[in-house]
Ligand binder design. Structure first.
Ligand code: PLP
Length: 257
């Protein structure tokens, strides 16, 4: 008998440390019961401390890869992480138009090490072309503030992003201070739901990618949004508890057994 798994289309950058980006997606999707179809938006020069360079894949090449997969494979969910260039964004959006699939978008703006990962044109294109069809946006608190700099509170930031068309927001608090990590799920017309996790005494590289990819895999399996949001966080927390040291900087999530 042929085994079948939900196919999760992942568009992400490549991180040679294996902590973030496409490798995080492939591992997190596999650990959550799916199979990742992996498209690389950019190559990066980085180590476990910081990113030094982002080199985008040509939009035309990415589009060819995407169109061939879309014609061949019955995709169950999509996860988008780092976008390589503003040019890639409308091409991706156009290829995905008409697909009624869960789309998890992790708006990668800046690396944990401090380097900027997306230029303003790419962020603007992402807002225009992708936000209106996002099922769940997974920014961290700092990213929501950068996206909506004039908002007075975290909740105001979140609601402004919902108004741009994102169906749900899962705002992660791993990079904020405090004894607990507080993640918050926002959606229209519902009270925000907070999830609190014990803060681990470490810094991590690739936690956000892991969470977003796990969430896409769970939605691809047909899990309802509340369960998928909870289980993706549980999975990420346990991957952080089993984190690996691959270099002199931050640890990377232990995503596979
Ligand atoms: N490199 C790539 C390819 C990424 O996608 C990301 C984040 O999504 C990073 C680096 C930075 O990851 P972190 O902020 O967890 O260090």
């Amino acid at each position: 008998m042929t085994a079948r798994k939900p196919l999760v289309l992942c568009l992400s950058g490549h991180d040679p440390t294996g902590g973030a980006g496409i490798q995080a997606d492939i591992e997190a999707v596999a650990a959550n019961g799916g199979h990742a179809l992996s498209l690389i938006t950019a190559l990066t020069v980085q180590d476990s401390r910081n990113v030094r360079q982002v080199s985008p894949v040509p939009a035309t090449l990415l589009l060819q890869q995407l169109q061939l997969l879309l014609a061949d494979c019955a995709i169950a969910a999509i996860k988008i992480g780092l976008l390589g260039s503003a040019e890639q964004v409308p091409a991706i959006a156009e290829a995905l138009a008409g697909l009624r699939l869960p789309l998890v978008l992790d708006p990668v703006l800046r690396a944990g090490g401090g380097a900027d990962l997306s230029d303003m044109a790419t962020v603007a294109a992402m807002r225009t072309h992708l936000f209106p069809r996002v099922s769940v946006l997974t920014p961290n608190v700092a990213e929501t503030r950068r996206l909506v700099p004039r908002a007075g509170s975290d909740a105001e930031c979140a609601h402004a992003l919902l108004r741009e068309g994102c169906g749900n927001l899962l705002v992660t608090g791993g990079d904020e201070a405090g004894a607990e990590v507080c993640n918050t799920w926002y959606r229209d017309g519902a009270t925000p739901q907070h999830y609190r996790w014990p803060r681990l005494n470490e810094t991590f590289h690739g936690a956000g990618c892991t969470l977003a990819a796990a969430l896409a895999a769970r939605l691809g399996r047909g899990e309802a949004m509340p369960e998928a949001i909870l289980q993706a966080q549980r999975y990420t927390q346990s991957a952080l508890q089993g984190a690996l040291r691959v270099g002199r900087g931050r640890r990377i999530p232990g995503r596979l057994p």
